[in-house]
Design a protein around this ligand. Structure first.
Ligand code: HEC
Length: 506
């Protein structure tokens, strides 16, 4: 084709104009979408997960496909998602081969990890350090040394739908955290199933806890920066056959825990135990005591109040606790030998003396001088040491409390996070949800009433929706948005005020 000579420059300008327009549109597109959509990198067997983590930033996701990965993973980014992909029942497995110390350490806030099988580490399966807004779910944690799932110094921590086994200290260990939910986990074959230590506002609900030396414990220990265990609900759990031989490292604190304990509270305050099935724990279905049970109780921490106060044992089902079988005797023989050789004293008994070599067991064993503890139906259980316990008011129940996780950001929400929530809502959710009226999905009002402050409940639902309502389509998963956007939009939704008269959210 022949171009006419007189006009080449105009044509040139026209092209630049068009090009720049297209470029501008592309830029806009990316500007907008990068705000809404997060980057995701896929990792397949044979590749390095840590490399993928290092190449990403805040708000991004690493997706790991099935295979065995001999790695230690360190995530120090915020709003980061580490997500396994399960294909045909095959999980991505992190295997420390008995040589590596930790499976995963997360030190950034707003970290989500899910869908991994983590095994054979020497220290911890998954540990998060000092970070808030943590979700750990759908993990299998096996033989990972001292702790399985271990958030420490965190605020707003959710642990759900995990399985842990074969851990030589606590399978799930809540260390010095605030606002924690631990729900629907299975924990077995460990020294301690679930341990809450020097933490406040903790809900332990719907877990299956069996074949550990002790099932669920709440301890206030001396010598740590946070000084109490307070406001804990242990509710609707199945806690049975926790008579496992204590195989903790000799000399470790938990090596002193006698086998056969369903729920143990030491120096805990305002611990409410309700709705659990507590069966065949051979020493104590529930044991409540003070810090004199500790081996080094002669040098106490002046800032730790050593007595258990304001604890409530409400309606639970107790069956066959305190009954010993041959296996349980073997556990006890190991325990007594260990205690004698390690120099730890045998714990004080409820009557002030030492626990005998094979003390009797009961549904409830209490010791120490705590105040204002209560027991709802004293006549229905076998018990010792509970003479100072009052009868709980039958109207008291924890039913109304759905979660201990505080609104991760309410009040101090940074405006850019609210902005992000608003943007995601406008771009994605508002297609199907409006404030007061049903469009495709239920109105936001209804969601607010149902979820109250449970931001993670909304995050959880939106990333893995289930069929809830008859006559509605199933909501499509919003998981692709990533952790940061889902948290922001869930926060936004739960705090949305009804401003539009016509129920239209602006
Ligand atoms: C394509 C339409 C659609 C989009 C987009 C959508 N939803 Fe939904 N959502 C629904 C439907 C339909 C239901 C009702 C499902 C049911 O009850 O079975 C629902 C229900 C819900 C519920 C209530 C769950 C419960 O337990 O009752 C929440 C929370 C929710 N959506 C959050 C969100 C969030 C957050 C977003 C945006 C990130 C979003 N939805 C985007 C259609 C949608």
């Amino acid at each position: 084709m022949n171009f006419k000579k007189p006009f080449p420059s105009t044509r040139f300008y026209f092209n630049v104009n068009r090009l720049s327009r297209i470029l501008l549109i592309i830029c806009f597109f990316f500007l907008f979408t990068s705000e809404i959509f997060s980057r995701t990198i896929e990792v397949h067997e044979g590749e390095s997960i840590q490399k993928a983590i290092d190449s990403l930033e805040k708000g991004d996701t690493v997706k790991v496909y099935p295979g065995i990965y001999h790695e230690f993973l360190f995530v120090d980014k915020t709003f980061f998602t580490l997500s396994g992909v399960i294909v045909n029942g095959r999980w991505p497995t992190l295997d420390g081969g008995g040589k590596l110390n930790d499976g995963v350490i997360g030190s950034g806030a707003n970290f989500l990890i899910e869908n991994f099988h983590i095994k054979n580490y020497k220290a911890n399966g998954v540990m998060t350090q000092g970070a808030g807004n943590i979700i750990m779910r759908k993990l299998i944690v096996e033989n990972t040394g001292i702790y399985g799932i271990y958030p420490t110094m965190g605020t707003n921590v959710l642990i759900e739908d995990t399985v842990s086994l074969g851990i030589a200290d606590a399978a799930i260990y809540i260390g010095m955290c605030h606002n924690v939910d631990v729900r629907r986990n299975e924990v077995y074959g460990s020294v301690i199933g679930i341990e809450i230590e020097n933490s406040t506002n903790v809900l332990i609900e719907g877990n299956t806890v069996y074949d550990n030396s002790a099932g669920i414990v709440a301890f206030a220990l001396p010598g740590l920066p946070l000084k109490k265990v307070e406001n804990v609900i242990i509710r609707n759990n199945f806690i049975f056959d926790n008579n496992h031989r204590n195989f903790a490292e000799p000399g470790a604190l938990v090596a002193g825990v006698p086998p056969g304990i369903g729920i143990g509270v030491m120096a805990g305050d305002a611990v409410t135990i309700e709705g659990n099935i507590i069966r065949r724990n051979s020493f104590a279905g529930i044991g409540i005591g003070d810090n004199n049970l500790l081996p080094n109780s002669k040098s106490p921490d002046p800032d730790v109040e050593p007595n258990p106060d304001r604890n409530k044992v409400l309606e639970n089902v107790f069956i066959d606790n305190g009954v010993r079988k041959w296996n349980d005797f073997i556990s006890w023989i190991f325990y007594v030998i260990r205690i004698l050789f390690s120099g730890n004293p045998i714990p004080e008994s409820p009557n002030g003396g030492k626990v005998g070599v094979f003390p009797d067991g009961y549904d409830i064993v209490a010791s120490g001088k705590g105040k204002d503890n209560c027991l709802i139906a004293p006549d229905s259980v076998t018990k010792i040491g509970t003479s100072s316990y009052e009868v709980c008011n039958p109207k008291e129940t924890t039913e109304k409390i759905k979660t201990m996780i505080g609104d991760p950001k309410l009040g101090e929400a940074k405006s850019d996070e609210r902005e992000l929530g608003k943007q995601v809502f406008g771009a994605v959710c508002s297609g199907c949800h409006s404030m007061n009226i049903r469009t495709v999905g239920p109105p936001i009002k209804e969601i607010q009433e149902k979820y109250k402050k449970d931001v993670y409940g909304v995050v959880s639902f939106a990333s893995m929706p289930k069929k809830v309502r008859a006559g509605f389509i199933e909501m499509p998963s919003q998981k692709y948005l990533g952790n940061e956007k889902l948290t922001a939009v869930s926060n936004y939704i739960l705090n949305l005020k009804d401003e539009g008269a016509k129920g239209v959210v602006k």
